[in-house]
Structures are given as C-alpha cells and as structure tokens.
Ligand binder design. Structure first.
Ligand SMILES: Cc1cc2nc3c(=O)[nH]c(=O)nc-3n(C[C@H](O)[C@H](O)[C@H](O)COP(=O)(O)OP(=O)(O)OC[C@H]3O[C@@H](n4cnc5c(N)ncnc54)[C@H](O)[C@@H]3O)c2cc1C
Ligand code: SF4
Length: 332
C-alpha cells in the first residue's frame, strides 16, 4: 500500500495552483484531481495510477448547469452524469446527450460520475489495468500486448502500432456530435478547446490522451445553441443491455427538409481510439434523400478506413449497421 496526500481546496484558483506542481499531465502524474472517483479510485486500487497528491474538486463551485448568452448551455465540470441526463433543457434540446449518458454505466455510477471525469475516463483495455503486463499507455516503451492478444473490444479506427485502445465514453460521442467545447483553467490562464481537438490519437505517445497540460482543471463544457428542428439519437450496441461498454455506438444530430438531409452531425463510439466524429458520413448524407441506401452509404464512408484487429473484424459491420439503424430511427 502506498500513501498519498489528500487536499480539498475551496476555490478553483487554489486547485489549479496546487495541481500545477504535477510533473506530467498523463500517467505518472504526481497530482490528480478527483471528482466522482469512479475511474480514478479504481485505478489507484489497481496501482495503475499512483498520485502522490489527490485534489478533491467536489467543493469547487463547478456543479451548475446554466443557459449561455448565445442560447447554448454551460455544464459545470462536477455536474453529475445523472443530473445532466435528466436536466429538462438537455432532455428537450440535447436529447442525444441525455440518451448517451443514460446508456452509460449504472444508475449508482451515474449518480457519482461527473462531466469532466467522464471526459477524462481511461480505457478499459485489460492490459492497461493489469500492472503485471506491459502496456505503452501505462508505461511508454514497454509494448502493446493487445495487438496480438485480447483485442475483441478494442479499436478499429485511429489505432497505431503502439496502441489500439478504445475510448470508452458514451457521453463524449454525443458531445462530439453536438460540437461541444471544453473549458480549461491552467497555470497560464483559461482556454477553450473544441471537443474534436481535446482527445489525441495514440500515435507513438499513447500515454498522452488529451491536450491537457500539467495542472489543467476542466471547469466546464459548453454546448452551442440547439439546431432548430434537428432530430437526435444515440444508439449503443453492447454484449448485454445495461452496465456494459459499447461495442459500437452512434450519435446522430440530423435535420431534414423536403425528404432530404440538410445538416448532419455524426459521431461513433466503441470503435475509435478517441470519440470518433465522421465528417465522411456527414458529407455523404447532406443533400441526399432519407432512405436506407443513403444511410448505408454514409456508414460505408464512416468505416472506410477501419483496420480490424485479430478478434474484432465483426465491429466493422456492427458499426455500419449501428449507424444505418440510428439514422433510420432518427429520421423515422
Ligand atoms: C463498472 C463501470 C462501468 C462503466 N460503464 C460505462 C459506460 O457504459 N459508459 C461510459 O461512458 N462510462 C462508463 N463508465 C465510466 C464512468 O462513466 C466514468 O468512470 C466516470 O464518468 C468518471 O467520472 P468521475 O467523476 O467519477 O471521474 P474521476 O474518477 O473522479 O476522474 C477521472 C479522471 O478525470 C480527472 N478529472 C476529473 N475531473 C477533472 C477536472 N475537472 N479537471 C481535470 N481532470 C479531472 C481525474 O484526475 C481522473 O484522471 C463505467 C465505470 C465503471 C466503474
Ligand atoms: S492497446 Fe493501448 S492500453 Fe491496451 S495494451 Fe496496448 S498500449 Fe496498452
């Protein structure tokens, strides 16, 4: 057992100043924020994460959901997943987000899990969570046993020869389709990051999962104003119907006029090393009639670059069917 210091700051400035002492932003960090703890505490118990200092951010004033001046929504970093899913504005105007949140984990976990924690949850790759095994994400340069090992649930898009781990979040897939922006407070001030730029592809540095710098605190997420008349849907396919991560999922925000698609935002989950927005599918949809053949065509475009691993070629067809059916349901 190792010991760590537990700090409970009352304001964001103190939290950021304390965290600025972190050495690295990812694995090996000597300082970690803790929100709901549903990812971090598990990983600490497994010795996968061993921070010397844990900063509890639950007393910071980051737990509000508010309308923004432009008609969008501001979601505090410590807003619980269940509170966000059931917030009336989210249920009405950002239904894909509500659906994605409710498709994740279990009711008890959603009551603890927070917006920022969900954004920063870590992969479920079994080797990452087992310190007896090598893993480039956990210990850079040690290798990736998943490439020749148990990779059924791992990624088929965005992989590299160094890591094929899937981003496990449902919430992030909906946020990608909604074009959310992540707001961060760091030692050098505040900045805003579009969600598409927030998570990194593994490349040769899979230990670096986001653009966060040491000590950066996610303060809130903003959503743009809802798109009038858009139809939204999150469809998640998994080995069992609850309390399970996605094998493939689709978030769709689509607008139709005169039987044709006028605007489409599409993101895929369970198959990418980061939340996978698909501009290819979006381009294939816009201007086309809302029929099965065009939906399938968009799904083919989304998966064109998919690279199966030894155990997960089935995900390519599964993801195509998932997106095709999601589009069908959303426009029905
Ligand atoms: C059994 C189980 C099943 C699950 N199933 C699903 C599922 O089906 N779908 C799904 O999407 N998720 C699932 N999850 C994951 C769950 O959604 C995440 O664990 C949760 O969202 C993390 O939120 P948290 O507040 O508990 O994060 P924490 O554990 O508190 O933190 C997670 C990470 O985020 C960092 N962090 C937290 N807040 C901030 C901040 N404000 N600024 C900077 N860094 C921060 C922490 O340092 C840590 O590295 C499951 C989890 C479990 C345990
Ligand atoms: S896929 Fe990534 S997380 Fe899994 S063993 Fe390989 S390097 Fe580690």
């Amino acid at each position: 057992m190792y010991t760590f210091e537990f700090v409970r700051p009352a304001d964001s400035a103190t939290a950021v100043a304390t965290a600025a002492q972190a050495k690295t932003a990812q694995q090996g960090a000597d300082v970690r924020f803790v929100a709901g703890g549903t990812t971090l505490l598990d990983l600490m118990k497994l010795n996968v994460e061993t921070p010397a200092r844990v900063i509890d951010i639950n007393r910071l004033p980051l737990d509000k959901i508010e309308a923004t001046a432009d008609g969008g929504l501001k979601i505090g970093a410590t807003v619980r997943n269940s509170d966000l899913a059931h917030y009336p504005t989210v249920e009405r105007d950002y239904a894909v987000l509500s659906q994605a949140l409710l498709a994740g984990a279990s009711a008890q976990l959603r009551n603890m899990a927070t917006t920022a924690g969900n954004l920063l949850q870590r992969t479920r790759c079994v080797y990452f969570r087992d310190t007896a095994m090598p893993c480039n994400k956990r210990e850079p340069g040690t290798g990736c046993p998943a490439i020749t090992g148990a990779n059924r649930v791992l990624a088929i898009l965005g992989t590299s020869e160094h890591c094929i781990a899937t981003n496990p979040s449902d919430m992030c897939i909906a946020m990608a389709a909604l074009e959310a922006t992540i707001h961060v407070q760091g030692a050098n001030g505040a900045r805003a990051i579009p969600i598409g730029d927030f998570h990194l592809l593994p490349g040769s540095t899979p230990n670096r999962e986001t653009v966060l710098e040491p000590g950066d605190l996610v303060t809130h997420v903003t959503l743009p104003p809802p798109v009038a008349g858009s139809r939204q849907l999150y469809l998640k396919l998994r080995d069992r119907t609850s309390y399970e991560f996605a094998l493939a999922s689709s978030a769709v925000v689509i607008t139709v006029a005169g039987g044709r698609v006028t605007r489409a935002r599409v993101a895929l989950g369970g198959i990418g090393t980061k939340p996978w927005r698909s501009p290819e599918a979006e381009a294939a949809l816009v201007g086309q009639p809302i029929d099965q053949a065009n939906f399938r065509n968009a799904a083919e475009a989304a998966l064109r670059d998919a690279k199966p691993q030894s155990e997960n070629a089935f995900k390519i067809e599964l993801a195509k069917r998932c997106l095709t059916y999601a589009l069908q349901l959303a426009t029905a």
